[in-house]
Write a protein that binds this ligand. Structure first.
Ligand code: TEU
Length: 566
């Protein structure tokens, strides 16, 4: 069997709202993407993933969809979408769509019908439940379960029309679809076939491990001091999840040219990921796990935890080993839900360029498919949010309200965490040049441009041979040209070192050594054959060749290659 094409591919995520605005309304659009396709082709990426561009009230920036088979006028039209797709394909790239089918918008016609009466044919397309027995519907605490929503507040909303509640694991405008109902599943599969027939090359599936719920909907465990119980055991990797994904495969993907389908799965374990991505089971190609982006989350969400490198290595080491024989990893530092990696795990003040390159090196040369989030290739950083009024993200605003108003936290403590970890950090507009609003828009951007765009921008990166952009291009080239990057065995080195991240990749007689210094101090790589390695081929470094004892400078990364004699 030939290897699937996506094993040697690199994916680039576009957050259309913040990528490029062609018409001056302050919001990015499809035409803006078309205008910048050469930036992406020039970087060498193979696949573009578009965050949602469907018609949407934009309560959660498009992750609340009111029509699955259209384009929101703010982004363009289906004709412009076809033009974009043709432009992507003409450059030899592929395009995957965001598929958000755990929930729809409350303005989707399905939900409008569903809420209209208890005997509407679409009533059962969503999760409706009466108030808790013995309680007055709509009264505080009368929700059918004690679950909290991801964005703060309860996961149930009382609806006067029928005197019942609907489930929303995210915002009140994102009611959860009921996958138990076969009509729901068939409608979703039909919509997916329609996009594939239009020419798209696969899907990134939003919280897809939430779609199967235990229909008993039991109360969740209530941690001390928390406002809501944790319902996850009833909906994370729920009872019918594998059945649904295999059915989707059969109904939508089987018999088509090889696609790329990646499932976003908060809370997924290695053991479950093996099942999801085992090709023989015909479910998904790869999943996004969250362990490494939860590594710096402590028991109290409102107290920042520093990164402990040994924990990060333990996590990646476990995932690399777990999916070594069966299944496949996806690799990412950034996306539209995460703060900027260079600010979080690197040093965005004194070593921004070096640490951005080091992070890229360490991530990309693992076994798996790397994902780059827009602006990562420029080393874009977190943004300076002065106060809560500067945030736009429904999650930041909702959690702030819950923490400050319901749980009595200090606003300053909550802001400290939102500044470091809030999702708007990655959603500030793409920095194209040093002009006002960074060349993103001629109007007023929906979220303020980072003031550091005068220095950090694509035009400056393209003019500088030492930029993060050209370095990322080398990393992508390496994946395309060195089979050991794609298929080599992975061995973690120095698991107890708190400064250095080191590993080897080996395929046949080729061996690669990758080391990254996660600190601002020099560090000596205490590995067996250090001297032999320093005389091997230095394929890539973000600074200069290290001395013979393999001492790496601050935030330095090195990649060596050697041929083993047998
Ligand atoms: O995110 C799922 C998810 O788990 C998020 O709640 C994420 O972990 C959190 O925001 C991190 O702070 C997906 C989308 O990527 C996100 O943008 C959507 O808001 C969410 O689903 C609902 O569709």
């Amino acid at each position: 069997m030939t290897e699937p094409w996506w094993k040697s591919a690199v994916v680039y995520q576009i957050y259309p709202r913040s990528f490029a605005d062609s018409d001056g309304d302050g919001m990015g659009d499809l035409r803006g993407i078309i205008d910048h396709l050469d930036h992406l082709a020039g970087l060498g990426v193979d696949v573009l993933w578009l965050s949602p561009v469907y018609p949407s009230p934009q309560d959660d920036n498009g992750y609340d969809i009111s029509d699955y088979s259209g384009i929101d006028p703010v982004f363009g039209t289906l004709e412009i979408f076809d033009e974009l797709l043709a432009g992507v394909h003409a450059r030899g790239m592929k395009l995957i769509m965001d598929l958000v089918v755990n929930h729809s918008s409350d303005e989707h016609p399905w939900f409008v019908e569903s809420r209209s009466s208890t005997d509407n044919p679409k009533r059962d397309w969503y999760w409706w439940r009466p108030a808790r027995p013995g309680m007055e519907p709509g009264a505080p605490g009368a929700e059918p379960t004690n679950w909290g929503s991801s964005f703060g507040g309860p996961a149930w909303r009382y609806d006067e029309t029928t005197d019942e509640y609907y489930l929303h694991l995210f915002s009140t405008k994102q009611p959860d679809l009921n996958w138990e109902n076969p009509e729901v599943r068939e409608a979703i599969y039909a919509m997916m076939r329609w996009w594939l027939d239009r020419g798209v090359d696969g899907f990134r599936m939003d919280v897809i491990n939430f779609i199967s719920k235990d229909p008993a909907l039991p109360d969740g465990e209530l941690p001390m001091g928390a406002a809501y119980g944790n319902g996850a055991t009833a909906f994370l990797n729920g009872p019918r999840i594998h059945e649904f994904l295999h059915e989707m495969y059969e109904q939508v993907f089987a018999g088509r040219e090889a696609l790329l389908n990646v499932g976003e799965m908060p809370g997924v374990t290695v053991e479950q990921a093996i099942l999801y991505t085992d090709p023989a089971r015909e479910e998904l190609d790869m999943v996004f796990q969250f362990d490494h982006v939860w590594v710096d989350r402590g028991p109290d969400p409102w107290i920042l935890q520093p990164l402990k490198l040994t924990n990060l290595k333990a996590i990646f080491g476990r995932w690399q080993a777990g999916l070594a024989q069966v299944g496949w990893n996806s690799l990412y530092w950034n996306n539209h839900d995460q703060p900027r990696a260079v600010s979080r795990y690197g040093d965005d003040r004194d070593y921004r360029v070096e640490s951005a390159k080091m992070l890229g090196t360490v991530l990309h040369l693992h076994r798996g498919t790397p994902y780059i989030y827009q602006g990562e290739e420029l080393g874009m950083t977190n943004a300076p949010f002065a106060g809560i009024a500067d945030f736009r993200d429904i999650e930041a605003l909702g959690l702030y309200a819950q923490a400050v108003e319901q749980e009595g936290r200090s606003p300053e403590d909550v802001l400290t965490v939102l500044r470091a970890r809030g999702r708007d950090n990655s959603r500030t507009p793409m920095q194209w040049d040093s002009s006002p609003h960074a060349g993103f828009t001629s109007g007023t951007p929906w979220l303020a441009v980072n003031p550091n765009h005068v220095e950090i921008n694509a035009a400056a990166a393209l003019a500088d041979p030492d930029s993060v952009y050209y370095y990322y291009r080398k990393l992508i080239d390496l994946r395309h040209t060195e089979p050991a990057v794609v298929d080599g065995d992975f061995t973690m080195l120095l698991p107890h070192d708190e400064q250095l991240y080191a590993y080897t990749r080996r395929l046949g007689d080729t061996e690669l050594l990758v080391i990254g210094n996660f600190s601002g101090e020099a560090a000596k790589a205490d590995i067996d054959d250090a001297a032999a390695w320093t005389s091997a081929e230095l394929v890539l470094t973000n600074t200069a060749a290290p001395p013979d004892d393999l001492t790496l400078g601050p935030w330095q990364a090195v990649v060596y290659r050697r041929k083993l004699s047998r």
